[in-house]
Design a protein around this ligand. Structure first.
Ligand SMILES: [Zn+2]
Length: 101
């Protein structure tokens, strides 16, 4: 899940945790993004789930009635940034999350 967590420095930071083991996914290259479909249609309004790659098989096999689709977390983030037309060139430096515009 995507959520705000407190860092060791006491700051609030957006993070992604694994929906299988509950631990932080600290590098995008080690994560996957999942969503459910039924009869070719999205379910749960496209709700997203995240796992470590090593947790993926256990996560998807927990309920065999679900048709899972997934992509690598890095690819998902690239698509999200593209679809939001986000400008990632701005350096946010050390500003805290609540100081961002
Ligand atoms: Zn995990």
């Amino acid at each position: 899940m995507i959520r705000i967590t407190e860092t060791n420095e006491g700051r609030s930071a957006p993070t992604i945790t694994c929906d299988q083991c509950g631990k932080l996914i600290d590098e995008a290259k080690w994560g996957n993004c999942h969503w459910k479909t039924k009869d070719g249609n999205l379910t749960e309004d496209g709700k997203l789930y995240f796992t470590h790659k090593q947790c993926c098989a256990a996560f998807e096999s927990a309920d065999s009635s679900i048709m899972w689709h997934s992509t690598e977390l890095t690819a998902f983030l690239r698509r999200l940034v593209h679809n939001l037309k986000a400008d990632l060139s701005e350096d946010i430096g050390d500003r805290m999350l609540d100081q961002l515009p």
